[in-house]
Write a protein that binds this ligand. Structure first.
Ligand SMILES: [Zn+2]
Length: 77
């Protein structure tokens, strides 16, 4: 049985506008995300608190999470 797996990563930044740690960048990737990779990349972050949107660098991430996503996505709300 072949199972199509993909990975996701969620990176949290401090919002440059409201200064809260509410700026999120989420994306999926085909290989398992590694922390040192996440650190070197640039993301389009979106603040859930004030709506700010912009570029954020992985090096300034305050938190990062990653995981496996199966084809039957649990992301649907
Ligand atoms: Zn904000």
């Amino acid at each position: 049985m072949t199972e199509a797996k993909s990975y996701w990563r969620l990176v949290v930044f401090r919002c440059v506008s409201c200064r809260r740690n509410e700026a999120f960048a989420e994306e999926s990737c085909v290989v398992e995300p590694r922390e040192d990779q996440i650190r070197t990349e640039t993301y389009q972050a979106f603040c859930r608190h004030c709506g700010w949107q912009g570029e954020a660098h992985g090096i300034s991430a305050v938190e990062m999470r990653s995981g496996v996503e199966r084809r039957t996505a649990i992301r649907n709300k």
